[in-house]
Design a protein around this ligand. Structure first.
Ligand SMILES: [Mg+2]
Length: 110
């Protein structure tokens, strides 16, 4: 088992242990919560923090853009654990595919 798959299982186990799956959230809600973590990272940036800047609150809670990005991934891990998604396999599959795509494929500017 790969490291990402282990993290998927750990994230979901932690979420279940903390009661977040007592009533199964709708898929759309779970996606919205991922969006909210991205928005939190943008708010950190709007508050003047650099993307690499991790800091701790007085109570020891980690904060900053790296932590909000981690929250996105943790939420995705949790979802994948619940739905039985092989995220590690999907990542490897898509990354391999991306390597062989055309230069700036699709003709988009960004
Ligand atoms: Mg957060």
């Amino acid at each position: 088992m790969g490291q990402i798959t282990e993290l998927v299982q750990e994230a979901h186990k932690t979420a279940v242990a903390h009661g977040w799956w007592e009533k199964e959230p709708e898929f759309g809600t779970l996606i919205a919560l991922c969006h909210s973590e991205l928005s939190e990272s943008l708010e950190e940036y709007r508050d003047g923090r650099q993307p690499y800047q991790l800091y701790h609150e007085k109570n020891g809670r980690p904060e900053g853009i790296p932590v909000e990005l981690a929250d996105v991934v943790i939420r995705i891990f949790d979802m994948c654990g619940h739905y039985g998604i092989d995220l590690e396999g999907a990542i490897l599959d898509k990354m391999r595919y991306n390597q062989w795509r055309d230069y700036k494929h699709g003709g988009k500017l960004i």
